[in-house]
Design a protein around this ligand. Structure first.
Ligand code: BMA
Length: 373
């Protein structure tokens, strides 16, 4: 057998191989061999777009903004109010799944409506999970060794399965107009290089962390039959590629090599660290035939950061040919006047954000080609 054919057969056996007809040398590989066609298309198109643009994302953008809450029957966003375009990537969080409202008060039923509307408009939804300790109301920030107890054989394993059943029901309810499952990017157990969450590095071994991921993904895919899930791994700040990969669950489990980084993106004082972090994530994504993303970043929208969008964020993203290949950047939520990461009409960063939007590199919802075909 020719080496190239053999190679192809091996790849086909371990995941969905998506030919990348965009000049990229790699063969893109989605971890779910049974991913739906729309999920495969989204992954392929995200990779293709990443070669020429950077999608802008915002957490909870459709649900509320500074001083307002949305009506689920219409689409609104601080970003839209300011520049007339919506983010291309919609961030959501399923913390407090199993109750009517998420960790930040967003009703789960409304969240489903917004995910459906976002999809109909051609946008992309990514779902993080500030998970309470399963079966309890103890928050994600509970610093306690609990991961091993959730794994098969652990005393909380059945409880964990029940929580995953609730998540599976939420994902299964996301259907497009033809009844097709809506692809979503699932980003649980994030920032695990820190020790602030119960799944953080201090509270479980690398093996336990990987097992938690692998059990979760297998359960959603194989037991619950969900094939509309693209997974994102997102360490917080890391010192080198070894630390980035130390808890990586594997190419057959993960699709997006993400990174959460607020600290190094605050100002140009840490530009080198931020650039190197992006370069590492992008190089690793290329080596693993995956997609790289800056899954969380941002600063407050006050006068001290008036030109942050172009002079810091874009400056870092454009700092090398490699860094420009980050598929998206997502900024966190606009909770109120004190906690806000996207510009809004009265914010000190408003004019600069418009320049960021006009930059040819940035892509908003209205700039996207069809992502699901
Ligand atoms: C944090 C803050 C909190 C929020 C949590 C989950 O970074 O925004 O206010 O509850 O994320 O979204």
């Amino acid at each position: 057998m020719k080496r190239s054919i053999l190679c192809c057969v091996i790849l086909l056996a371990s995941g969905v191989v998506l030919a990348a007809n965009d000049g990229a040398s790699s063969t893109l590989k989605l971890s779910d061999p049974a991913a739906t066609l729309e999920t495969q298309a989204l992954y392929r198109n995200l990779h293709k777009l990443a070669q020429k643009g950077v999608l802008f994302g915002h957490q909870d953008t459709l649900a509320y903004g500074v001083d307002w809450k949305a009506d689920p029957n219409k689409l609104d966003s601080d970003v839209y109010r300011l520049c007339g375009k919506f983010p291309a990537v919609f961030g959501w969080d399923i913390g407090h799944i199993g109750t009517p409202r998420n960790i930040d008060g967003v009703p789960f039923e409304s969240m489903k409506v917004w995910i459906r509307k976002g999809y109909e408009k051609g946008g992309i939804s990514t779902v993080s999970w500030h998970a309470q300790i399963p079966g309890t109301t103890q928050s994600a920030w509970t610093q306690q060794k609990v991961v091993s107890r959730l794994l098969p054989g652990g005393d909380l394993h059945e409880t964990y399965r029940a929580t995953l059943d609730q998540i599976a029901a939420f994902f299964a309810d996301l259907k497009g107009s033809r009844g097709e499952p809506i692809p979503v990017i699932f980003r649980p157990f994030h920032e695990h290089t820190g020790d602030w969450f119960w799944w953080g590095a201090k509270w479980c071994t690398p093996d336990e962390y990987k097992q938690l991921w692998r059990f979760t993904v297998d359960y959603l895919r194989k037991t619950k039959g969900l094939h509309n899930i693209i997974t994102a791994y997102s360490p917080d700040r890391f010192k080198d590629r070894e630390q980035y990969l130390e808890r990586y669950p594997g190419d057959d489990c993960i699709d997006i090599l993400g990174h959460d980084n607020y600290g190094a993106f605050r100002s140009l004082k840490t530009k080198d660290e931020a650039r190197q972090a992006l370069e590492t994530v992008i190089a690793l994504a290329e080596e693993h035939n995956k997609i790289a993303a800056l899954t969380e970043t941002g600063v407050g929208q006050g006068p001290a950061n008036a030109t942050w969008w172009t002079d810091v964020l874009l400056e870092i993203v454009k700092s090398s040919p490699s860094t420009k290949k980050i598929a998206w950047v997502l900024v966190w939520r606009n909770a109120d006047k004190r906690q806000n990461y996207a510009a809004f009409p009265e914010s000190a960063t408003a004019e600069n954000f418009k320049a960021f939007e006009r930059d040819p590199l940035t892509l908003f919802l209205e700039d996207l080609p069809a992502m699901y075909k």
